[in-house]
Ligand binder design. Structure first.
Ligand SMILES: Cc1ncc(COP(=O)(O)O)c(C=O)c1O
Length: 398
């Protein structure tokens, strides 16, 4: 067996299941899960119809690069959404469809890391667990950048020493962040691009929550937007990951794309041809119409906004909890240890949340997720309100 498999941590949900083992929640309260970041709003009907209409396409092998129409639709969306210079995203060269960003975030490290040079892969902490596994299986050492309330949940680039930058081959960003919801400002993205030039590393920006924001006229900026604003519309060293899972409530479609530096994407395509993860034809057809429509995405944001308003009204009087910059998570502080809070809440109120410490690692003398929980506001409004009321009752009983 590959010995690096031994380095992989149990996934947070495995740890959560162990934490809940033997606990008996009250039978009179239906269970509410705020622990899983799976969108629950209705997917757009016209996208589902497109899947059905194109089922006959299953008779053919799809190509890894995807249909030109899909690359054009995704590239058009990316250009419009981030105000990129017209034609700077050539759908032939700067973009590749992927079977959800999870596999692509993982695969990207396997393609770009040179394991012979003691590589470091940087990632925020707490973080989406794939970054760490991707780094380890690519033969790199993960190096974590703690994101805490003191630095507005953004990685502190000044805290990284020159010798760390020197060994860095790849950095994962997550903006809007999971679990913190923090959005990296353009200036910080540009600073990182300059560091990438100086120390020769690649920036992989996971932007899969970019469409879930609160103010219609203030969408979160993206890495390619920051690059273009510096006059770098070749997007050198930069790639972004976008997904239909959260934007369009289509986590089961397994559809997203990677875009940016054409040379990186050329090599990544080569890698992917061997990996063999082409999108099924019905998925491609459905993705085309999904990227072309914004009405359903705005309706989605409206639903999240209503839930954040209602839940924050209930919880702010009793918990240290803030509205995030974007995304669908709340990341409150817990008055007791996050694991005790999670177990107690399940035991007394039959609500499941995720301990923050399960999403982060001890680094630089602290575990930045400890003392917080992640609550995903994915359920319907009524259920989120019910969950918030039960969390409040639990906090008041402590
Ligand atoms: C930060 C982050 N990145 C990527 C993903 C993967 O999304 P998908 O593979 O559905 O595109 C998730 C899913 O939860 C996520 O939270």
């Amino acid at each position: 067996m590959n010995p690096d498999l031994e380095k992989l941590q149990p996934y947070p949900f495995e740890k959560l299941n162990s934490l809940k083992t033997g606990v008996r929640p009250p039978a009179d309260k239906p269970h509410i899960a705020l622990s899983i970041g799976e969108p629950k709003h209705q997917p757009p009907a016209f996208v589902i119809e497109e899947v059905i209409t194109h089922l006959h396409g299953l008779a053919n092998y799809p190509v890894t690069k995807g249909r030109p129409e899909l690359r054009a639709a995704a590239g058009g969306w990316l250009t419009r959404r981030f105000g990129l210079p017209v034609d700077s995203i050539d759908p032939e060269a700067n973009l590749l469809p992927v079977a959800g960003t999870r596999e692509a975030l993982f695969a990207f490290a396997q393609a770009v890391v040179d394991r012979s040079r003691y590589p470091l892969v940087l990632a925020p902490n707490p973080f989406y667990q794939i970054y760490e596994g991707a780094a380890l299986l690519a033969g790199a050492t993960p190096f974590f950048l703690n994101t805490t309330a003191e630095n507005r949940f953004l990685p502190d680039l000044d805290a990284v020493t020159a010798d760390v930058w020197q060994r860095t081959q790849l950095i994962y960003l997550c903006s809007p962040g999971n679990p913190t919801g923090a959005v990296m400002p353009v200036e910080q993205l540009q600073r990182l691009i300059r560091l990438a030039d100086e120390h020769d590393f690649i920036i992989a920006s996971d932007e899969c929550y970019s469409e879930l924001y609160f103010e219609e006229d203030a969408p979160p900026p993206g890495l390619l937007q920051a690059a273009a604003a510096m006059g770098r519309d070749d997007y050198r060293r930069c790639v972004v990951f976008h997904s239909l899972s959260k934007r369009s409530n289509l986590p089961g479609l397994r559809s997203g794309f990677v875009a940016g530096d054409r040379e990186l994407l050329r090599r990544f395509l080569h890698y992917r041809t061997y990996q063999g993860c082409a999108l099924p034809p019905p998925t491609q057809a459905a993705s085309i119409v999904a990227w072309q429509d914004e009405t359903h995405v705005k309706a989605n944001r409206d639903l999240y906004r209503a839930k954040f308003d209602a839940v924050l009204d209930i919880l702010q009087p009793v918990l240290d909890i803030e509205r995030p910059d974007a995304g669908f998570y709340l990341w409150p502080k817990t008055p007791i240890a996050d694991t005790d809070f999670t177990r107690g809440l399940f035991e007394r109120q039959n609500v499941t949340v995720l301990p923050g410490s399960y999403l982060s690692r001890e680094a630089h003398g602290l575990n930045p997720g400890a003392g917080r929980i992640r609550m995903a506001l994915v359920a319907e409004l009524d259920e989120c309100i019910e969950a918030a009321e039960r969390v409040r009752r639990f906090v008041e009983s402590l």
